[in-house]
Design a protein around this ligand. Sequence first.
Ligand code: G3P
Length: 219
Amino acid sequence: MQLYVDSANLKDIKHAASLGILSGVTTNPSLLAKEDPTLDIKKLLLEIHESVGGHTSVEVVSTDTDGMLREADEILQWFPEATIKIPFIPAGLSAVRKLSDQEIPTNVTLLFTANQALIAANAGATYVSLFLGRLDDISTDGVQAVRDTCEIWEMHGLESLIIAASIRNPLHFLECAKAGAHIATVPYKVLMQCMNHPLTDAGLDAFLKDHQKMLTAKS
Ligand code: G3P
């Protein structure tokens, strides 16, 4: 399972990228709105893309097909490797089909069921993003939606890549990997939580102390 960071915070993205573990980054209008409002969005997205060097999803905010396609053109002028993130609405599906026919990568977002993902795949989506945390928020099993989607993909040999999104904790990350998601896009904080283990810290602490003891005994 590839790892993307789900963030628009340049400091966090740069740190996660410096670890050499990232294959991409996903952003959305809400993540961008959390950053300094005086920032130039184009400049920020370019810096984010350069920092990660891999997949960069940039979301459109139009709700009509022509508007989405115009935005996609503009984003692709900023950097031609961009993946255009499009909400799962009827106008969005038409935009995905048009972009897909031009071999422009798309990431269909705001998917909550395997049915929606399957329909997005039929529109030619390169990526389908399933939001599991938001399902858990309304007492619905988000991981199950990812499992269902992965099962259908396996059965039908579908090509769109499944992104597990709206990941809120390390257990989500683990369960999505077990379900067979191709990619998990993970907030920076959750990424750090997934890396932490007290036994790793205690073990390193003991190794360093023992090494120091050995040096002291020699001197
Ligand atoms: O990639 C989708 C993600 O940004 C949504 O996460 O936590 O707002 O549900 P969340």
